[in-house]
Design a protein around this ligand. Structure first.
Ligand code: AMP
Ligand code: FE
Ligand code: FE
Ligand code: ZN
Length: 285
């Protein structure tokens, strides 16, 4: 069984439609794939309708959250959520707020870049996103198209990283509130790429303990952005705290180099997710 529990389609910042992504998953020899677009469930219906037989699809999402360390600025944390009820009103409202926040913040990043002479237009980026959830990768692609960067990765390294003068933060969900909402909607919350120092500031073990107290059920341990030491630390924490352990690719189509199935989840851990998720069911034969 090959199980990949973290992927993005063009409904957020990946490059393949949900249907295309599932085809790629089947071709890559996956048995189970979760669709986890940022802050939206808009890809679920297409994934259910287009699912190739033999492939199990887990409806999921990656919620944009923040941890408040007290005396320092908030730290961005991502929360994977599986098998929740997409109609839970409080959770649906919070996702809608996050999507609005993304639009406002994306426009501000683009305005700052344009003011500095980079030929990028917000209207075009929104148009190209085709009604999907907008993120920095969309701005990165516009920079590549404009000849201001060689690749999406290069655009991040030079202009879009979190210390860039053009970077603008967004008011993401307090992670404890996010966990509460996922659980209230019958979902399974898993802390995504929690120690990936290459992505920016990371939280301490105190934050992870507080997240567990709020209802966190798992840690994404095997992730392409985690070093062997980071994985070992998380695996140890998960054992100590009695958490589910996952591994995933965080596939983004051609916006990133990582292929589907680059990291995978053990079947017994997947079973634990299935047992804990009560808000929706996997799409399967
Ligand atoms: P945003 O959600 O708008 O803050 O953008 C974050 C997204 O940008 C992540 O989900 C990744 O898809 C992508 N990303 C973050 N850092 C990088 C990077 N260094 N290179 C390429 N993509 C990145
Ligand atoms: Fe992303
Ligand atoms: Fe993420
Ligand atoms: Zn992701």
């Amino acid at each position: 069984m090959r199980i990949d529990l973290h992927t993005h389609s063009s409904v957020s910042d990946g490059t393949e439609s949900p249907a295309e992504l599932l085809g790629t998953a089947r071709a890559a020899g996956l048995d189970v794939v979760a669709l986890t677009d940022h802050d939206t469930t808009a890809g679920w219906a297409e994934a259910e309708a287009a699912r190739p037989s033999g492939l199990t699809v887990v409806p999921g999402m990656e919620l944009s959250c923040r941890w408040f360390p007290g005396d320092q600025p908030p730290i961005s944390v991502h929360l994977l959520a599986y098998l929740f009820d997409p109609l839970h009103p409080g959770f649906a409202a919070e996702r809608a707020r996050l999507r609005d926040e993304r639009l406002e913040r994306g426009e501000r990043i683009v305005a700052a870049l344009a003011a500095a002479g980079y030929p990028v237009a917000w209207e075009r980026i929104v148009e190209r996103s085709d009604g999907g959830v907008v993120g920095r990768p969309h701005i990165a692609r516009a920079l590549v198209e404009a000849g201001a960067a060689d690749s999406v990765d290069h655009a991040f390294a030079t202009l879009l990283h979190h210390r860039s003068p053009y970077y603008v933060t967004k008011a993401d969900t307090d992670v404890r509130e996010g966990i509460t909402l996922v659980r209230a909607a019958g979902g399974v919350p898993v802390f995504a790429h929690g120690l990936a120092t290459k992505r920016g500031r990371i939280v301490g073990d105190d934050a992870i303990t507080a997240m567990v107290e709020a209802g966190l059920l798992g840690l994404e341990v095997d992730h392409p952005d985690h070093t062997p030491d980071e994985r070992a630390h998380l695996r140890h924490l998960a054992a100590d705290l009695g958490l589910i352990v996952t591994g995933s690719s965080d596939y983004h189509g051609s916006n990133k180099e990582t292929p589907l199935g680059a990291c995978t989840t053990d079947p017994d851990q997947f079973e634990a997710i299935l047992a804990a998720g009560t808000g929706s069911a996997p799409f399967q034969d």
